[in-house]
Design a protein around this ligand. Structure first.
Ligand SMILES: [Zn+2]
Length: 433
């Protein structure tokens, strides 16, 4: 029943989006406003980029947030910081809300932090001589997304429609390295998702005509194998068995045999230790093992990750891995534990429907149709935490460019205008449903 209802709503939206008569006057006003304010938008981006805001630079992240806070307050948003406990040493989230009469509640997600530390040589916004490109830390990931959100809101304010919308914007302060546990650092985001219909994520776009409808989830796993510590001369004998190292090799090999061809699923054994004693330092990604060639190893250990397209795929893979442990080699034993890190943003039909709406808008703006980027290529992002709670989501709505997370991070400046225009038009049409 609900499925049918959603279907009719979507069809209704598609029909109203698909106006054959071209751009209506309010839309024209939005498009013009964004073009007229291009330079201001770029100037603000420059200011944001020039303030270092690596995740651990709480002061810098907050400074970025304060700049946006005053801009949003000026157009009627109620804005406040949702801080994290001080022992988490991260900046928390900036939350901006406008409560209009629209029945559609939209959650917009951006982030304030970058991966570039305060002592990195990459600190400044630089415009190319032809003014077509800009480089700088966070210029697409995700400060370009921040000014896209802001100027889309300004455009809606300019035509008097913002006050009717029901929008909450969450700028997290630690997307690049979420404070643990995420049950605390993502609580604000999840609570708001719980009270929203859709989520729109402003991570950078991969290209002008691709958006993200799905992202893979991420777990980690810890595999332990044990064996009987005996003189090596007794290995392969019934009393001694095969030792922990042969056993862990068997388990890993069977994981590869059983699960390496499942589309969308990857399982990586990132660190492997074996011998008489082992020790891993997870923080530093180092480990040590002691053992002798003449002693059958008593212990072996592997630490790895798993990426998956859906909870179902994850559950099936985990079941398969546990099953592999049930037929250990003689004289050995294995156990495994899993820890969820980030849930998958499942690529659903509802997400595809949102993409279709965005695509129609894009075409009305004179650009090409938009397709879904392959979820296999996309890791987790903040929108992933919201997907269990919302009806539909779409990510990669920021401008495009290249080189995110490297010192070649570059924005295509024209992308800023297009991303902003299509965001404002999408919201204008969506809130009227
Ligand atoms: Zn990002």
């Amino acid at each position: 029943m609900i499925k049918h209802l959603i279907y009719f709503i979507i069809v209704g939206i598609l029909l109203s989006f698909n106006q054959p008569s071209g751009k209506i006057p309010t839309e024209k006003k939005i498009i013009d406003f964004i073009i007229k304010n291009k330079q201001d938008q770029l100037k603000l981006l420059e200011r944001l980029v020039n303030i270092n805001s690596e995740t651990s630079n709480v002061e810098g992240v907050k400074k970025n947030g304060e700049l946006i806070k005053s801009e949003l307050e000026a157009i009627g948003f109620n804005v406040s910081w949702h801080d994290l406990p001080s022992e988490m040493h991260h900046a928390g989230s900036l939350v901006a809300t406008i409560k209009g009469s629209s029945r559609k509640k939209i959650l917009i997600i951006g982030h304030l932090d970058t991966v570039f530390p305060i002592d990195s040589p990459f600190q400044r916004f630089i415009l190319s001589p032809d003014h077509k490109y800009a480089t700088g830390p966070g210029v697409i990931d995700a400060k370009g997304g921040t000014v896209t959100i802001l100027y889309a809101m300004k455009a809606l304010h300019h035509i008097g429609e913002l006050k009717n919308a029901n929008i909450t914007i969450v700028f997290t302060g630690d997307e690049e390295l979420a404070a643990k546990p995420t049950s605390i650092s993502r609580k604000t985001l999840i609570d708001i998702a719980n009270d929203s219909d859709i989520a729109l994520g402003f991570e950078f776009a991969l290209s002008p005509n691709e958006l993200i409808v799905g992202r893979r989830g991420l777990d980690e796993w810890f595999l332990n194998s044990t064996g009987k510590s005996q003189h090596s001369a007794a290995i392969f004998q019934p009393d001694t068995g095969f030792g922990a190292v042969y056993e862990i090799a068997r388990v890993l090999n069977e994981i590869r045999q059983n699960l390496s061809t499942t589309p969308g699923l990857t399982i990586n054994a990132g660190l492997l230790l074996g011998g008489q004693k082992i020790n891993e330092n997870i923080e530093t990604g180092t480990g040590s093992a002691t053992g002798r060639k003449t002693i059958v190893p008593a212990i072996a250990y592997a630490h790895g990750d798993m990426r998956f397209l859906s909870d179902q795929q994850r559950n099936e893979a985990q079941k398969n891995m546990v099953q592999i442990l049930t037929h250990s080699l003689q004289g050995t034993n294995s156990s495994i534990s899993f820890k969820p890190i980030i849930p998958p943003m499942q690529a659903t039909k509802s997400n595809d429907d949102l993409l279709a709406l965005y695509s129609i808008i894009n075409q009305r703006l004179g650009h090409s149709a938009i397709k879904a980027a392959s979820p296999e290529l996309r890791g987790g992002a903040d929108i992933s935490y919201t997907t269990p709670y919302i009806k539909a989501g779409l990510d990669g709505l920021g401008p495009w460019g290249k080189g995110a997370h490297t010192e070649a991070e570059t924005l295509e400046i024209e992308a800023l205008t297009i991303a902003t225009q299509r965001t404002a038009l999408f919201i204008l049409n969506y809130i009227k449903q």
